[in-house]
Design a protein around this ligand. Sequence first.
Ligand SMILES: Nc1nc2c(c(=O)[nH]1)N[C@H]1C(S)=C(S)[C@@H](COP(=O)(O)O)O[C@H]1N2
Ligand SMILES: [Mo]
Length: 366
Amino acid sequence: MTTIAFDPLRPTEFSYADLLLREAEPQNLESPFSALRDRLTPGELFYVRSHFPSPAIDPASYRLTVGGAVQRPMRLSFDDLRRLPAQTRTVTLECAGNGRSLLSPPVDGVQWHLGAVGTAEWTGIPLASLLDVAGLSSTAEEVVFEGADRGIPAHPPQPPQPITYARSVPLNRADDILLAYAMNGQPLAREHGFPLRAIVAGDYAMASVKWLTRIHVLREPFQGYFQTIDYAFWDEVGGHPVRRPLAALALKSQIARPVAGDVLRPGTSVLVVGAAWTGHAPISRVEVSCDGGLSWYPAQFLDPHEHGVWRRWQWQWDVPGRCGLHVLMSRAIDRDGQTQPAFRDSRFDSYCIHHIAPVPVTVLTE
Ligand SMILES: Nc1nc2c(c(=O)[nH]1)N[C@H]1C(S)=C(S)[C@@H](COP(=O)(O)O)O[C@H]1N2
Ligand SMILES: [Mo]
């Protein structure tokens, strides 16, 4: 059980001065990934990805409704929620569109570079405890999280009227889900979903619904806009294309430093630093190349494995005496023997960009 000392009725105010503006309204702000330092991303450096304007929710009149395929539908105030046993868990959020600006030819959508990803310590109520109180119907399959934000989505086919942001997760994932009201020991900021949001460990962050006001349990797969049209891809079953929601984070590593275009001195020693994450089998190795992928060297992990949390890593590079262009790369390898791919899987359209991103640097004498 976790107790935190703060006034839960007030959202945390952050200065977003250090984030990169990708879109002013709705608010889309990118974290400078090159600033990666601690395992936890400070709140003021955490990316913001919103589809509609951020709603201002008054915590005093706030209610969370829990209904659908449950035995005891509920309507809970913020105080009711705060009385339930809380848990704290570290989870990495990555937007499914992270890395989009690296795609060639360019694709539509917010042009995220490397920084639509961050890690925080989230405190809140495990979904499983709430569902225990509500009592699941024996035929329940999925849980839909609905936010208070609404609008008409930017991309066709557009629904005929404004919709709320809603996403479902299969109920067998309940142990990976927290209903969080705090981030890094502070109340959520408005931009991050004050007063309550879902946090789904191991999935792309579109599942981590902000401004959570309704939990609806379904007996069949949810077919909402952000489940089937957006944040979905064409899979194939028996030769038929079928639409499936994106889910688990794909195996990925990124180099934070050096940054593409950096100029380094020959014969010096440089620390190559980055992070790797996945929603699948644990990452067992990260390897770094300094010759465009011909040879690979093992990096050293700075963090232990924890499901749904990135592992920072580093590798000491003895910069050669040869001047010119050098291409750094990193790749993650998981316990199932999967390796981060070298090339883009175009089935995922403008999402799940997890192939190796080369970082060209120049070695130059003064
Ligand atoms: N209600 C609501 N929840 C939402 C979204 C949204 O637009 N509305 N965006 C989702 C997406 S696509 C991402 S990547 C994460 C971003 O969370 P953050 O802004 O706290 O970083 O929130 C998810 N939850
Ligand atoms: Mo996202």
